[in-house]
Ligand binder design. Structure first.
Ligand code: KG4
Ligand code: ZN
Length: 389
């Protein structure tokens, strides 16, 4: 099955074509085309993602990315399509001017690609941003007469470990996912494939958000995660033991699986206020202490869940899983627990992408909305707060 997938939940615009094969328990995937545009630089001056700017950028970038992906997959073929329902497409894309213009310029002039379905993220995320992807999927479905598969972005993060799925071995259950991104910090338990129970969640800031806010305090650009990580590494290379900043490990010993990172962020703020001068070395020390504190809390709670639930597979996914120190810390768990396999996607699949959206779509064929039921497709609505449960 060939899936064209679209991701626009936050500040990455991404489109891919993925070929999926095999049973749902042991799927294999091959990426035929993939293109991603990160808007991070544009949002830098706001210190975070500005939803209406994200929406405009998605609308501008989707068709250029689609073109790249079709070309990579050998599917960009000229053909004069008189039969495209232009008026209906104009109505679907009426709120996305740039996308509407580009769409009507390209799609009536190329052949329908050999794909079986169009997968699109419907949430969670920023609703104005999600709408662009969803409307794009609707318009493509109409033009090409293809089904649409709506995808939960967080299920996409979980599915991200399936690319390059070792010798098509399936994942063992019970399975625990630690989802750490700009919007989420969740421990999700799965007794079996695709059934989720959120056993832990953040009570305030998500981990990635805390990274971004602390980076801002240290005058580092958005997104802050990679910046903090770089500074922390410099300090780790300089000395073995962390120096003096004494940051708290919030909720590390509470008997639940919840997290809280806003106090940690405030603690950094107070330490910075009391610091006499903030030279480069101090910044590196704070970054390291912050990374240590976050890692310790995530590890402690995750390990408790591993033991209590007899976990066989641990997945670490979401943008923060691209953090080298956190990755290394979690990889060590597979030698500590004999029955545990630890799965962490490559860095470019940890942060937002559309390959994971295609993979998650393949796992849920029952969610396909068929073009015969065009009213179902037309009424597809994103949900910024979509949950895994
Ligand atoms: O999953 P993601 O790309 O988007 C969301 O769905 O939120 O995650 C983005 C988050 C940002 O907060 C970013 O600072 C963080 O992931 N991040 C990192 C690293 N790379 C990205 N955090 C820590 N260390 C990194 N290397
Ligand atoms: Zn994400």
């Amino acid at each position: 099955m060939r899936i064209l997938s679209i991701e626009t939940s936050c500040d990455e615009t991404a489109v891919s074509i993925v070929e999926a094969q095999g049973a749902r328990e042991t799927p294999t995937f091959r990426v035929l085309g993939n293109a991603l545009y990160s808007q991070a630089k544009l949002h830098e001056k706001y210190g975070g993602v500005y939803p209406n700017l994200a929406k405009r950028e998605h609308a501008k970038n989707l068709i250029p990315l689609l073109k790249i992906v079709l070309d990579e997959a050998g599917e960009l073929k000229t053909e004069n399509r008189e039969d495209i329902a232009k008026e209906e497409i104009e109505a679907i894309l009426s709120r996305e001017e740039d996308l509407k213009r580009d769409f009507l310029e390209l799609i009536p002039n190329i052949a329908t690609p050999e794909i079986d379905a169009i997968a699109v993220t419907i949430g969670p995320g920023l609703e104005p941003a999600l709408w662009v992807g969803v409307n794009f999927a609707k318009a493509l479905s109409l033009a090409w007469n293809k089904p649409v598969i709506p995808v939960n972005h967080m299920e996409g993060h979980i599915a991200s470990v399936l690319l390059g799925n070792k010798e098509s071995k399936g994942l063992s259950y019970p399975l625990l996912s630690l989802l750490i991104s700009g919007g989420h910090t969740q421990l999700v338990y799965a007794e079996e494939s695709l059934s989720y129970k959120i056993i832990g969640d953040t009570r305030d800031d998500a981990v990635g958000e805390a990274f971004d806010k602390v980076a801002r305090m240290l005058d580092l650009p958005y997104p802050g995660g990679p910046q903090i990580s770089k500074l922390a590494l410099a300090d780790r290379q300089r000395r073995k033991k962390a120096n003096k900043w004494d940051l708290p490990r919030p909720m590390i010993n509470t008997p639940d699986y919840d997290f809280s990172f806003s106090g940690l962020k405030t603690a950094v703020l107070y330490r910075l206020r009391n610091a006499l001068e903030l030279d480069q070395i101090s910044k590196e020390e704070i970054a390291r202490e912050f990374e240590d504190a976050v890692t310790e809390v995530l590890l402690k709670k995750t390990e408790r869940a591993i033991t209590e639930y007899g976990i066989k597979t641990l997945i670490i996914a979401g943008g923060v899983a691209a953090n080298t120190y956190i990755r290394e810390a979690f990889k060590k768990l597979s030698s500590k627990y004999a029955d545990l396999s630890v799965e962490i996607p490559e860095n470019n699949l940890s942060t937002d992408n559309s390959i994971m959206i295609a993979m998650a779509a393949y796992l849920r064929p029952e969610n396909q909305l068929l073009p015969e039921n065009s009213s179902q497709i037309r009424s597809l609505t994103p949900n910024g707060n979509l949950s895994l449960e």
